[in-house]
Design a protein around this ligand. Structure first.
Ligand code: GLA
Length: 727
């Protein structure tokens, strides 16, 4: 049983295959967190110790007893203003202007299956693996309720959380913070790992000890952003890739988020994660509800790789659209780096034909095909084909590409508007801007106000009309700016704080509508590269472009950081030309492929400009990916080293352990040095594996425990890829 309630002790016991999460109804109905970690069978309600503390405040009901204080008692969903002075999960302004919220237990129910969140993505209820617990709490003095939802997925060691706040008062209230989850730990002996970055170098893993005070990773850019990912790991100081306790929190959300890690004076560590309160307030009329996004939490006692595998499993099997499960993306050729916006139909046909000759499976036409789009200043918002560039139209051009024996993909950026566009001329009020204030531009473009249904509907209709008769297999959905000048001309003053979240809901609505209207089309999320790489997007799009930085060496740390929560199969990764457009660095074409194999694989170049040797390499690489993608991109992924060393190694092992793909990148060569041995992981000890590139046959045990000597490579930044096939 994944969820039980111990009536006598009033303890909720949530169990997955290897983990337990426990909380109880404590004195006066406080919902008190007890434990999260390795599986224990019995209720651990002995854990909280009540002590009289020096300067702490006590709930009124305690009368003369001063041993219960909310600064120490760890609540599952802490309110605000009543003596829990740590980061709250929820804060509300009542009709009289007061802002206390003090939740107490009312009721609960347990059932098989999983809840859904209307209008928002969440892990999918597939099979009969899920159980749900709903706990209703109510404010002690008003009729404001919250229902806490816990989804338990036993097989993946994952628990999901989300909350619904309900106003049962007869006056309106204003939500000021409504987080998705709160996690508590009775210690500050922990590290946190978060993922910072910027355009072109997203998701660098950063590990620091937790510290007194608050540490925040967040975004107020309207998107989850390049700068921090909406995920965090908390772990023991000793935890490594292969051993030790670690916890993950990931938000299934694509907008402004905040994850706060706070250590208090009693050395308790609290993590609160959800929508960013700085850009949020929400009016709730009597009877109305507000649903938070979902948070996915997990624990592993087997180190960071174990934790990553929990997340990889749920993303692959319970998040991305089911029709793409275990289906690799066709090997694609994208014209962006080859032509930028400036192209015409015949030029694209030449690129596509040359790609076909090398074995490419799909051609993707990037930015530049629509409206007035002759430069970056113009055209966004007009999703009709520019017939001067493409006389055949989208339907005709897609058929020509299919005629070559290729699938066809196309780029769109549906959330954007250029001031130089027909759409802007007709609906200048449809963009996010403050009347009387010149809006900030980014990439010369503005954002459409997706909090308005008519805008979402209009864009849907345009795209539908343009694409319905075309043969489209893939859509790259871009979003190239941060949100500023937050204002909707359709919202009253007191609801402007709802804009950012309503925008995200509008984005999800359009994604939902397009992906259900065209279920055969594979969507790729993109946001100036990897600026919206999150579980919200992955619910609709089975892959996301990892970064605009396609330099293989830079990709090592980008893909390394991304792999903590996201499997390689969802990472958009391509081979591009050298010297690299972003860094100027040149590395061999096989080194570039070595990174792209652990992703969706494809090319960003003009094959006509390759020399014969490179063309042969491309043919070979495509065949390799076709044969081994289900291992390299869909297998279990192992980070064998960190990324700051003079060499880096990583590998993937097929789920049945019958094959593996392993890559070694020598960052810096040096003279007369010793042999580097890499210990492989995840293999079947007893099986014998052939490694054709080395002419070796070795057991899984030897490869994992004695290790594999690496060849001497007399070059910097050079990768070698090895294949392991079970005999
Ligand atoms: C973004 C994407 C690129 C490309 C351009 C087109 O930067 O990340 O891959 O599609 O937009 O404008």
């Amino acid at each position: 049983m994944g969820i039980t309630f111990n009536e006598e002790k009033k303890v909720f016991l949530l169990k997955t295959k290897n983990t337990s999460y426990q909380f109880r109804v404590a004195e006066f109905g406080f919902l008190e967190h007890l434990y999260y970690g390795r599986r224990v069978e019995e209720a651990v309600d002995y854990i909280p110790v009540r002590l009289r503390h020096g300067f702490e405040a006590n709930p009124y009901e305690m009368k003369q007893d001063r041993t219960l204080c909310l600064d120490v008692l760890e609540q599952e969903y802490p309110g605000f203003g009543v003596s829990d002075f740590k980061t709250s999960a929820c804060s509300i302004i009542h009709a009289d202007g007061s802002n206390c919220i003090d939740f107490r237990y009312v009721s609960h129910r347990i059932y098989n299956g999983k809840y859904t969140i209307e209008g928002m993505p969440s892990l999918r209820n597939k099979g009969d693996d899920w159980m749900t617990l709903e706990v209703v709490l109510q404010d002690v003095a008003t009729k404001v309720e919250v229902t806490l939802f816990y989804g338990v997925l036993e097989s993946c060691d994952v628990i999901t959380r989300h909350a619904v706040i309900r106003n049962l008062e007869d006056t309106e209230i204003t939500l000021h913070a409504a987080h998705s989850t709160c996690l508590s730990f009775p210690t500050d002996e922990m590290d946190q790992i978060d993922f910072y970055g910027s355009w072109g170098h997203e998701r660098n893993a950063q590990r620091t000890p937790v510290r007194h005070g608050k540490t925040v990773v967040d975004s107020i850019r309207g998107i989850s952003s390049h700068y921090y990912n909406p995920t965090i790991v908390l772990c023991d100081h000793e935890t490594t890739e292969t051993a030790g306790d670690c916890y993950g929190v990931a938000l299934v959300y694509s907008g402004n988020f905040q994850i706060t890690v706070e250590v208090n004076d009693f050395k308790q560590t609290r993590v609160v994660a959800g929508i960013h309160p700085d850009t949020f307030y929400w009016k709730l009329n009597p009877g109305e509800t507000f649903a938070t996004p979902e948070a996915v939490i997990s624990f592993s006692a087997a180190g960071l790789t174990g934790l990553s595998h929990h997340y990889h499993d749920v993303v692959r099997h319970f998040l991305i659209p089911g029709q793409f499960e275990n289906q690799r993306c066709p090997v694609l050729l994208n014209n962006w780096e080859a032509t930028m916006i400036d192209f015409d139909e015949e030029q694209l046909m030449q690129i596509a034909s040359a790609g076909k000759e090398l074995g490419v499976e799909m051609f993707v036409m990037d930015d530049g095909w629509f409206g007035r789009r002759t430069n970056e200043f113009r055209g966004l918002g007009d999703w009709q084909c520019n017939l001067e560039k493409l006389p055949s139209g989208i339907a005709g051009f897609s058929k020509r590409i299919h005629g070559l024996g290729l699938k066809f993909g196309i780029w769109i950026e549906p959330e954007m508007i250029s001031e130089d566009s027909r759409l802007y001329e007709e609906h200048p009020d449809w963009c996010i801007a403050i009347p009387g204030r010149k809006p900030t531009r980014q990439r010369y473009q503005l954002i459409l106000d997706y909090s308005r249904d008519e805008v979402v509907e209009y864009i849907f209709d345009q795209i539908y009309n343009e694409f319905k008769d075309a043969e489209i297999d893939y859509i790259k959905w871009d979003m190239n700016r941060s949100m500023t000048d937050r204002f909707s001309q359709a919202l009253p003053a007191e609801r402007q704080g709802e804009l950012c979240h309503r925008y995200v809901l509008g984005f999800y609505k359009l994604m939902e509508k397009l992906t259900t209207t065209f279920p055969q089309i594979r969507f790729e999320g993109c946001c100036g590269g990897g600026g919206r790489f999150d579980m919200g997007v992955l619910y609709y799009a089975p892959q996301i472009w990892c970064s605009d930085d396609t330099d293989a060496i830079e990709r090592i740390s980008i893909q390394h950081g991304t792999s903590f929560f996201y499997p390689p199969s969802v990472m958009g990764a391509h081979v591009s030309v050298c010297p690299n457009q972003q860094t100027g660095r040149s590395v061999s074409i096989d080194t570039r492929a070595a990174l792209a194999y652990y992703g969706t694989f494809g090319y960003e170049l003009d094959p006509n400009e390759l020399n014969d040797e490179e063309k042969e390499a491309v043919k070979r690489q495509i065949q390799y990916y076709q044969e081994h993608a289900l291992t390299s991109a869909f297998g279990k992924y192992y980070r064998l080293t960190g990324v700051g060393h003079e060499f880096v190694a990583f590998m993937s092992v097929a789920d049945d352990q019958k094959s593996a793909v392993f890559s070694f990148v020598q960052r810096r060569t040096s003279a007369n040095k010793g042999i580097i041995y890499i210990k492989l992981r995840g293999l079947n000890e007893a099986a014998v594996y052939t490694i054709p590139e080395l002419g070796l046959e070795l057991s899984g045990a030897s490869l994992m425990y004695a290790g594999l000597p690496m060849p001497v490579i007399k070059a910097d930044n050079t990768a070698k890829t090895f294949t392991l096939i079970q005999k």
